[in-house]
Design a protein around this ligand. Structure first.
Ligand code: GRF
Length: 206
């Protein structure tokens, strides 16, 4: 890999897209000047992330799983769109569908996910959005955080690239914890992407 060429990022989203926006913004700064966002794909037509991408001038598209006979075919289409733009790293930024082996194999070691908790705790099926933070509060945790990891075949699993913590206060509700974690995510994801590109992709470890 050419050390000076930017790694092209493809971002998969299902919702608000604030992490996607944080990545796009960071690419315009020295924090993440080794990357550029080339494509945003949403599986949902109502994802606010699509509006954000338009405003940011980033190419975006809806790929609706209901338009495909099965998930395999859906991911085949995503692979096609990513490969035709030379995407070197896929970032899951609030993408709520489980990946199929075809895309995991095709982009082996080249898909990163952000999860709003300290994995391996509070991950897995059903652990998304406010469910994560409600479970953290119920468990009386004194701290939570966010994790960026390489995606493998298991949900919320795979080598951890970076993880950071925030406190949980006794008076917190899930909304307060969610806001604190999301703010952390906006710094953590760009930092983890930069680290992964410099320490793994560019050193040929993937
Ligand atoms: C984040 O908390 C992320 O960790 C989780 O979904 C949320 C997405 O938020 N996977 P946004 O769409 O980036 O605003």
């Amino acid at each position: 890999m050419d050390m000076n060429s930017k790694v092209r990022l493809g971002i998969l989203v299902s919702g608000g897209g604030s992490n996607m926006q944080a990545i796009v913004n960071a690419c315009a700064t020295p924090h993440l000047d080794c990357a550029e966002v080339k494509l945003v794909v949403s599986n949902r037509s109502d994802a606010y992330a699509l509006d954000r991408a338009k405003e940011l001038g980033i190419e975006s598209m809806l790929i609706d799983p209901k338009q495909f006979p099965d998930r395999n075919a859906f991911y085949k289409k995503i692979i096609l769109e990513m490969e035709s733009r030379g995407i070197g790293l896929i970032c899951l930024a609030g993408f709520l569908l489980k990946l199929e082996p075809n895309i995991i194999q095709r982009f082996k070691g080249r898909i990163l996910n952000i999860h709003p908790a300290l994995l391996p705790k509070f991950g897995g099926k059903g652990m998304y959005g406010h469910f994560v933070h409600e479970t953290v509060i119920k468990a009386k945790e004194k701290e939570t955080g966010a994790t960026v990891h390489v995606v493998d075949e298991e949900f919320d699993h795979g080598p951890i690239i970076l993880q950071k913590k925030v406190p949980v206060f006794p008076e917190d509700d899930a909304g307060k914890v969610a806001a604190r974690v999301l703010q952390l995510e906006h710094k953590l994801f760009p930092e983890a992407i930069s680290l992964y590109i410099k320490e793994y992709l560019r050193k040929g470890k993937v």
